[in-house]
Design a protein around this ligand. Sequence first.
Ligand code: ITT
Length: 198
Amino acid sequence: MKVIFATHNEGKMKEIREILKDLDIELCSLKDIGLNIDIEENGTSFEENAIIKARTVCDMTGEITLADDSGLEVDYLDKAPGIYSARFLGEDTSYEIKNQYILDRLKNVPEKDRSARFVCVIACAFPDGETVTRTGVIEGLIAEKISGTNGFGYDPIFYVPEYNCTTADMPSDLKNQISHRGKALRAVKEVLTNYLAV
Ligand code: ITT
């Protein structure tokens, strides 16, 4: 069974392939199917945006389509950048600059006020019009300084106290085991497994 993952983000796609590797499906990215569309994410929540992306591509291709909408919520910044994580400070701004900006905004802020989380909603759109979503969250803190070179995006500033490191310091299998994306995708795996069984 062919399943499309509607993302242009290579960092996400790498994690998604690893997490879904034991599922008996042919997983294709938008690049794999040669579909270079820019979908307007005009929803007001992670869930709405994930549904918009999955539904648009499913309706265009007639194939089961998954999409991931995710982001970083920093409590001290009133949950910014949140659903605007990719567009934060402008679409073309590098993550060196975005991450340094957040560190600067939280300079001298005590640990108790540095709480943050990554949120991921995966939408699964079926050709019959049904769409289901699953959510995953990982809680952490905004680090004092940039650390680590694995992962992507905000990983170098997302510190996980239980492991005493950022998600960019972790090997990918550990990040996938505990991450927002790992949790949401494992729940979607169950949905797809049940679908394949009938
Ligand atoms: P697609 O819409 O094509 O999937 P995107 O990057 O635009 O790609 P989002 O709108 O969902 O996707 O934005 C998510 C952003 O949140 C992403 O670009 C990162 O900056 C950040 N993010 C999400 N998950 C992350 C993770 O595991 N590690 C670091 N940053 C993450």
